[in-house]
Write a protein that binds this ligand. Structure first.
Ligand SMILES: *Cc1c(COP(=O)(O)O)cnc(C)c1O
Length: 387
């Protein structure tokens, strides 16, 4: 069986975790700050806040930007549900901007149209969450220009995209956004088992996210409320937060994986290039790449051209899985999920997203995929499409 994604763990990764297990601190020790520093410096961002998932990172990023009741957050429909759920956690509303048919990322043109309309109706979003789908960066310069014109904040959901680059600079530098979020789930580019991180260049946002990550508790005397000296202890709760902390065990795996990040992305590119060539005469659309971007290739999505194939999407999907090629669908438009339909969203809400949804299939890509396995994936697809 060949999955669509798989972690790559070596002996150095295992040793790093074992070292923590044999140390004094399993959590709240020195490894989390070391991992944060490694990611921040790799990306060129000033601050990094490690948490127990990207979902938690998105939640505290929204809260740090002041998202609450009465606010609206916009994202793309072609993403994992967490990119939208984070707004609902804060009591805000969510809306979706259709995708660009070539990059599959949020369409800047559709965003601009929707902003013009929202401005007239007084319903502008507080935050927009673009997602670097498959690891391909969004058009951040244009999003940044619109954010100034319409006064919204930007959280980059870069869960797919650590190790990728935009205009030859690492994704995560937050040049064109307020906060960038990474995921370290095992299917992503590097892993901590479960884990995430929020990066920012804004000291205040970093401080708020650190508080929110750990119950709203501070250990900094300068942040504490004034009290008589005999009532000042080693910590104070000054807000309402969560336990979203990452453990040192997880961070040790992440820190060790950071050393291998570039190698992982290079491997993914080699696999993608090989697929590009293999599929050049087959009725499928391979991923288009914007010249400004260097994708981390978290996913390799092909689009089936059903005008030229005598099968349905379901038949292709099921047959591939039966043959041991564990393809996946990234993603069902978020608003088509029953929970979102109950809020009033209807099928057909975003036309390009729906077309994409009816054709897109993620085929295996991960650093450990061998040429033999890749050939098998390709041959199985060709056999199916022809047969
Ligand atoms: C994986 C993923 C998330 C959530 O990541 P977790 O670390 O599993 O919480 C959020 N957004 C996108 C786009 C993802 O792919």
């Amino acid at each position: 069986m060949i999955p669509y994604g798989h972690q790559d763990i070596n002996q150095a990764d295992i040793d790093a975790v074992v070292n923590v297990l044999q140390s004094d601190f399993l959590t709240q020790g020195p490894v989390v700050p070391a991992f944060e520093k490694a990611v921040a410096s790799y990306c060129g961002a000033k601050y990094a806040v490690a948490v127990n998932s990207a979902t938690s990172a998105l939640h505290i990023a929204c809260l740090a930007l002041g998202v609450g009741k009465g606010d609206v957050v916009w994202t793309t429909p072609i993403t994992f549900v967490a990119s939208a759920n984070c707004a609902l956690y804060c009591g805000a509303k969510v809306d979706f901007v259709d995708i660009d048919p070539q990059s599959y990322n949020m369409s800047v043109d559709r965003l601009q149209e929707k902003l013009e309309q929202a401005e007239k109706g007084g319903t502008l979003p507080k935050v927009v969450i673009p997602v670097h789908l498959c690891g391909q960066p969004c058009d951040m310069v244009s999003l940044h220009v619109l954010s100034h014109r319409y006064g919204f904040k930007i959280i980059e959901d870069a869960s797919h995209a650590i190790g990728g680059r935009y205009q030859n600079k690492p994704i995560g530098n937050c040049y064109y956004s307020d906060i960038t979020v990474f995921s370290f789930h095992p299917v992503k580019i590097i892993t901590t088992g479960e884990g995430g991180m929020a990066l920012t260049n804004d000291e205040r946002l970093a401080g708020r996210m650190r508080l929110l990550r750990s119950h709203g508790i501070t250990t900094e005397v300068t942040d504490m409320y004034h009290r008589p000296a005999e009532e000042l202890w080693n910590y104070q709760q000054i807000g309402l937060g969560f336990n979203y902390r990452m453990s040192d065990i997880h961070a040790a795996l992440g820190l060790s994986q950071m050393k291998r990040l570039d190698e992982f992305v290079v491997k993914r590119h080699a696999i993608a290039n090989r697929y590009d060539q293999m599929f050049s005469d087959i009725p499928v659309v391979t991923p288009w790449q914007h010249p400004d971007g260097y994708s981390s290739y978290h996913l390799y999505v092909i689009r089936l051209k059903f005008g030229k194939i005598e099968k349905t999407y379901r038949q292709v999907y099921d047959a591939l899985r039966t043959e041991g090629v564990l393809v996946n669908l990234h993603y069902i438009p978020v608003y088509r999920q029953p929970y979102y339909e109950k809020m009033g969203f209807i099928a057909g809400y975003c036309l390009q997203a729906e077309t994409y949804y009816s054709e897109a299939i993620s085929i295996p890509i991960y650093s450990g995929l061998t040429d033999v396995q890749q050939n098998y994936v390709f041959e199985t697809i060709v056999k199916l499409l022809r047969g």
